[in-house]
Ligand binder design. Structure first.
Ligand code: NDP
Ligand code: 2IT
Length: 449
């Protein structure tokens, strides 16, 4: 990774020393600090108040045991996390991830990203993230419910509609949010709708929340294309993953006239030149909780399942990594550049490695970081909180217009900020600086707390 400006490098080295082994957290901090040179030069008040050092230290970190019983009566123990990173702009807000790879370094990278992402949405939400190393794959409904109930039995005391408001992320969707909300309601004896987002539509959820991250990312790319006088019509798109974000990115690309020719899961990718059949993908992934191989088998001739190599070798105009962190490396970026891909926008959090980002940017490709491109999910969570607070529910159409407007505003803010700080056209610099200055100014106003 490139060496930072002198003062920022000192801060970064302190982050390395204090958070040993948390490589993803280091990576996310480095990516933000790398953009902040011109900011600290222009605003010495941030350094005087140690704003960056304070931002890198979570306000509170909760780690807890999650005991539960599996279907055969055996005792299982998982580890639960909630990192309440920064509440300068509002209650801690951010998802919960259930995946065997989860450890403190992952939760902290996600929480750190969330601070700036949430600031960019323009909504009154701070940053936090949580999760567990629990693996929902292959677990029965009963096991998932008992796990969620045990997880919430500890976490509930740290939550509240004005305190900390979790939502979904990898491995946590509507089913898990339901079990978590049920247990919170039972323990607290309160129907506190605004304590979780991503709820079902009949019990306090918002229209468009399910679709919001994927739709929002595509709206963001729509705005990027518009800067070049282009649109999605006729564009070939590759989307990695086949979960919540990927699925609704595919849906919106198809609505706008593009064709998604490949998607994936952790077992492989499917290349479908005619365009991914979204109704079939939803049936396999959402209803049956199946694998991408099941989609390929059901789709038949024309759809090829590939279990070696990388999805980024599939030629495309636009690449949307929507699976997980560091899934697109320098070799993948080189393939994309070679094949003429013009835009990479992150639906996932930090899916592109630093070397891959550099390669794309050096090759003149447009790159949109996740904290800007995937902010539609959390922005719509904030709209859900707004509806819960006023005991209202809005139509799909109204909510989608709000989402599209927010994504356009984030896009424009990134470009304006990049211009202002001497990095014209850099969505990465624009997102990091605009997110940072908003939180930093609030922290200055609130004093040393
Ligand atoms: P889902 O659990 O719905 O889907 C995740 C998808 O990514 C699955 O296809 C999964 O494959 C794949 N995947 C996960 N981990 C890995 C891995 N280690 N290697 C390869 N593939 C993997 O999660 P979401 O769609 O909600 O989240 C996807 C990304 O988007 C994450 O980075 C998340 O942080 C980010 N995000 C999510 C938001 C939301 O609102 N849900 C909002 C903003 C960002 P498999 O099933 O085989 O594991
Ligand atoms: O990474 C993210 O922004 C999310 N997983 C969504 C967070 C939220 O609170 O909706």
């Amino acid at each position: 990774m490139p060496v930072l400006d002198e003062k920022l490098q000192v801060i970064y080295e302190e982050v390395l020393r204090r958070n040993q082994g948390e490589t993803e957290f280091h990576q996310s901090v480095h990516e933000v600090l790398d953009s902040l040179g011109p900011v600290v030069a222009k605003h010495p008040q941030y350094a005087d108040a140690a704003i960056i050092q304070r931002l890198c230290e979570p306000e509170r970190q909760i780690i807890f045991r999650v005991p539960w019983t599996d279907d055969s009566g055996g005792v299982q123990i998982n580890r639960g996390f909630r990192v309440e990173f920064n509440s300068a702009l509002g209650p801690y807000k951010g998802g919960l991830r259930f995946h065997p790879s989860v450890y403190l370094g992952i939760v902290k990278f996600l929480g750190f990203e969330q601070i700036f992402k949430n600031a960019l949405t323009g909504m009154p939400i701070g940053g936090g993230k949580g999760g567990s190393d629990f693996d929902p794959k292959g677990r029965s409904e009963g096991e998932v419910m008992r796990f969620c109930q045990s997880f919430m039995t500890e976490l509930y005391r740290h939550l509240g509609e004005h305190t900390d408001v979790p939502a979904g992320d990898i491995g946590v969707g509507g089913r898990e949010i339901g079990y978590l909300f049920g247990q919170y309601k039972r323990i607290t004896n309160r129907y506190e709708s605004g304590v979780l987002t991503g709820k079902g539509l009949t019990w306090g959820g918002s229209q468009v929340r399910t679709e919001a991250t994927g739709y929002g990312a595509v709206h963001f790319v729509e705005a990027m294309l518009a800067t070049r006088g282009e649109d999605f019509d006729g564009k070939q798109v590759v989307v990695s993953g086949s979960g919540n974000v990927a699925m609704y990115a595919i849906e919106k690309v198809h609505q706008l006239g593009g064709t998604v020719v490949a998607c994936s899961d952790s077992t492989g990718q499917v290349v479908d030149e005619k365009g991914i059949d979204l109704a079939l993908l939803k049936e396999v992934k959402e209803a049956q909780r199946g694998r991408i191989a099941d989609y390929a088998a059901a789709r038949g001739a024309g759809a090829a399942l590939v279990t070696s190599g990388s999805i980024w070798q599939v030629p495309c105009d636009i690449a949307l990594p929507c699976a997980t962190q560091n899934e697109l490396d320098a070799a993948d970026a080189a393939s994309l550049v070679r094949n003429g891909c013009a835009i990479v926008a992150e639906g996932a959090n930090m899916p592109t490695t630093p070397a891959a980002v550099k390669l794309l940017v050096d090759a003149g490709r447009l790159f949109a970081p996740g904290k800007a491109a995937n902010a539609g999910g959390v922005a719509t969570s904030a709209l859900e909180m707004q509806q819960n607070a006023s005991r209202d529910s809005w139509s799909f159409e109204h909510t989608e217009v709000r989402l599209a407007t927010i994504m356009r505003a984030i896009h424009d803010r990134c470009l304006e900020t990049a211009e202002e700080y001497g990095a014209p056209g850099s969505y990465l610099a624009g997102a990091n600086i605009a997110g940072f200055t908003k939180v930093a100014d609030a922290m200055l106003a609130l004093g040393l707390v």
